[in-house]
Design a protein around this ligand. Structure first.
Ligand SMILES: NC(=O)c1ccc[n+]([C@@H]2O[C@H](COP(=O)([O-])OP(=O)(O)OC[C@H]3O[C@@H](n4cnc5c(N)ncnc54)[C@H](OP(=O)(O)O)[C@@H]3O)[C@@H](O)[C@H]2O)c1
Length: 326
């Protein structure tokens, strides 16, 4: 488990943007579970951050000097990965999109209109081959991806059951389209609790956590279930050890289930399609998000660690300065 003391703040000269670059100041910094994989030496789908490097990460920023045509001073941009944990930084063409605050509030561009919204959309509807009437179980249900899975599932006519750590977080799920919520902390028999919540079995398991929650859901698969392996956040503290749980080949065989890995980056050519649908649902008031906002640059490591300790409810962000115009 990382500690806040694992990071230090370093002061450097203000960068000077070259042609094709913009100098920006951060308004919100993103923190997300994938960053745990980036600081692990284990093989990953993207290059790691090494000791002494700046952390990778998305951000919502304001342009303070531009050397790119069509990007003006004062423009608000969102970068999914390339800004990093810093107060001021340079972005190049191709590393950002424009934020339209007329379409959605600023913070939504790192959540429902960001990669998490797209993950929930393609992960559930395509990778999960969701059908109306399906019973869906999603873990980390009160988090950013989870609360969107609940709402998209409901729009698509599914019955969605959320799994989350605490009773308080479970109680928050009703407003996000969940038919039922199961709190795993203190639950002596999670598999039995899920059987009660999903008496006909689980058609789509949107797995954000791996670990014990995975083990409990795998014992409740419906015939022809689809298991979407989206995240493994419960393994965060044990990247170097094998994940020694039960094996589920018998359950997969009996249910004729499919277990599918999911990576949002594989859908890049169709991000705009997902954003278009998500934006329409947002405007119609059919989806929304809860946010958990830490204040101040120095709080960034602590905000990241909150995710790994299940302390966030909704999308965790760090606010570095007031939104312009506030
Ligand atoms: N594959 C992809 O392309 C892709 C893209 C985006 C996100 N993701 C994955 O989606 C998942 C959710 O991401 P997010 O950004 O929306 O984060 P999040 O759900 O807002 O925050 C992380 C949540 O994970 C849960 N958690 C933390 N430690 C846990 C543990 N030891 N056991 C069980 N649950 C634990 C906590 O929820 P509880 O209180 O419910 O335990 C915590 O609130 C992550 O695994 C992330 O890596 C994958």
């Amino acid at each position: 488990m990382p500690r806040a003391a694992d990071w230090t703040v370093r002061e450097v000269d203000m960068p000077v943007p070259k042609l094709g670059e913009v100098l920006c100041r951060a308004i919100y910094l993103d923190v997300a579970p994938y960053m745990r994989g980036r600081i692990s030496p284990q093989k990953n789908y993207a290059a790691g951050v090494r000791p002494g490097d700046m952390m990778v990460g998305g951000a919502i920023v304001e342009v303070i000097e531009s050397r790119i045509d069509g990007v003006c001073e004062g423009c608000i941009l969102v970068s999914d990965f390339d800004f990093g944990w810093q107060e001021y930084g340079v972005l190049k063409t191709g590393q950002f999109r424009h934020v339209d605050t007329g379409l959605a509030p600023m913070r939504a561009w790192l959540d429902v209109l960001g990669l998490n919204g797209i993950t929930a959309y393609f992960g559930l509807l395509e990778r999960g081959s969701l059908k109306a009437g399906d019973c869906v179980v999603v873990s980390a249900a009160a988090g950013s991806v989870g609360q969107l899975v609940g709402q998209i599932g409901k729009i698509a006519g599914a019955r969605v059951v959320g799994v989350t750590s605490s009773k308080e977080k479970a109680a928050s799920l009703g407003e996000f389209g969940f038919a039922e919520a199961v709190a795993y902390r203190g639950e002596a028999d999670l598999a039995a609790a899920l059987k009660t919540a999903c008496p006909q079995g689980v058609d789509v398991f949107f797995d954000n956590t791996a670990g014990d929650i995975h083990d409990a859901v795998m014992q409740n698969l419906a015939p022809f279930a689809r298991v979407v392996v989206c995240g493994t956040v419960s393994l965060a503290g044990r990247f170097e050890e094998p994940d020694m749980g039960q094996r589920f080949l018998r359950q997969i065989l009996v249910a004729r289930a499919e277990v599918r890995g999911f990576l949002v980056l594989d859908y890049q050519s169709r991000y705009d399609i997902a954003r278009g649908r998500l934006g329409a649902w947002l405007r119609e008031g059919r989806i929304g998000s809860r946010y958990d906002i830490a204040a101040g640059f120095e709080q960034t490591p602590a905000a990241f660690i909150r995710l790994l300790r299940s302390e966030n409810i909704g999308k965790q962000l760090v606010q570095i300065r007031e939104e312009p115009g506030d």
